[in-house]
Design a binder for this molecule. Structure first.
Ligand SMILES: [Zn+2]
Length: 80
């Protein structure tokens, strides 16, 4: 069985969807089944990765720009 440290080293690949060998994936999943610590680690890493991807997505960026523009437009109208 893998050690926790080895799982943490491979967790990036697991979360990124980097292809792992069948044997590696199996031993990772075996470890995750038995180890609560690593399950939590992988879950947090997954959430973090999803969060970062969302922030970098062009849609979110456009929404933010639009929100700022609306705000500027609105404040301009009220001050005029
Ligand atoms: Zn572990």
């Amino acid at each position: 069985m893998l050690k926790c440290q080895e799982v943490e080293l491979r967790a990036d690949a697991l979360v990124d969807g980097t292809p792992l060998s069948r044997r590696e994936r199996l031993s990772l999943n075996m470890h995750l089944l038995m180890c609560r610590h690593c399950r939590r680690y992988v879950r947090q890493l997954r959430a973090l990765t999803a969060h970062l991807r969302h922030r970098e997505s062009p849609t979110a960026h456009d929404d933010q720009v639009q929100a700022v523009l609306d705000c500027v437009h609105h404040s301009k109208q009220t001050t005029d």
